[in-house]
Design a protein around this ligand. Structure first.
Ligand code: SAH
Length: 223
């Protein structure tokens, strides 16, 4: 169980400002996205012992063999999604819940799926406690999406997918965007898919990233 402390003092805020400047230098231009990162206490998503690591622009282990994504990567994927307030957004790979909170700060209605049961439970409870109770958490297999809540304006996959999951394309609205790192090995190509009015897809590629793999089926893990 993670030890957390819901405190956000001047030191934390100062470290966060520096982090925002760092990812701005690395090329993030969306002011809304930068503002969301500046407002969310990323140290709450890690154990209190790891405060020093929370504001480095690096991924970090969160237990259950998973990681909280690097802030630059979170900002990059979010920027590609081009979130507008009130949009319905589906995230695959809840993990620590950090990416879901960034989407929520931008005004999206967030639905997020995690395949590891304990991680799902832990993050769901944390999001409630941290004041992000609007985010709807689901335990399930992201390859299947959430047909009961479809269609979505935007879909984001935060694990490396060997191929484009077809069910998710079907759950995307016309005009909608899906951002997914695609690749079978340790590196993936960040891919933006835009669904056209006639159902066809426009594809853009945005460089290499490294994610943990998107795995099939939900796990009743006891890792
Ligand atoms: N978005 C997270 C980072 C997630 S790491 C954050 O902000 O912290 C990727 C996560 O995807 C892991 O928690 C992993 O368990 C989960 N995952 C992998 N395959 C999945 C699948 N098929 N369905 C749902 N979640 C999946």
């Amino acid at each position: 169980m993670l030890q957390r402390k819901f405190e956000d003092n001047y030191r934390h805020k100062g470290l966060r400002k520096k982090l925002v400047e760092e990812i701005r230098r690395k090329g993030i231009t969306s002011e809304n996205v930068l503002k969301a990162i500046e407002e969310i206490p990323r140290h709450w998503f890690l154990d209190v012992a790891f405060l020093e690591f929370a504001y480095q622009d690096k991924p970090f282990p969160i237990g259950y063999q998973q990681t909280i994504s690097q802030p630059y990567t979170v900002a990059f994927q979010t920027q590609l999604l081009d979130i507008q307030p009130m949009e319905k957004v589906l995230e695959i790979g809840t993990g620590s819940g950090y990416q879901a909170c960034v989407l929520s700060k931008l005004g999206a209605k967030v639905f997020t799926i995690e395949r590891q049961k304990k991680l799902y439970q832990q993050t769901k409870e944390f999001l409630q406690a941290a004041g992000f109770s609007d985010i709807r958490c689901f335990y399930g297999d992201g390859y299947k999406g959430l047909p009961a809540y479809a269609p979505f304006d935007k879909i984001i996959i935060t694990a490396g997918a060997p191929e484009i999951p077809q069910a998710l394309i079907e759950q995307l609205k016309p005009g909608g965007r899906l951002v997914v790192p695609i690749g079978k090995n340790s590196m993936q190509i960040m891919t933006l898919l835009i669904k056209n009015a006639d159902g066809s897809l426009t594809k853009e590629e945005h460089g290499f990233f490294a994610f943990v793999p998107m795995l099939r089926n939900k796990a009743n893990d006891d890792l």
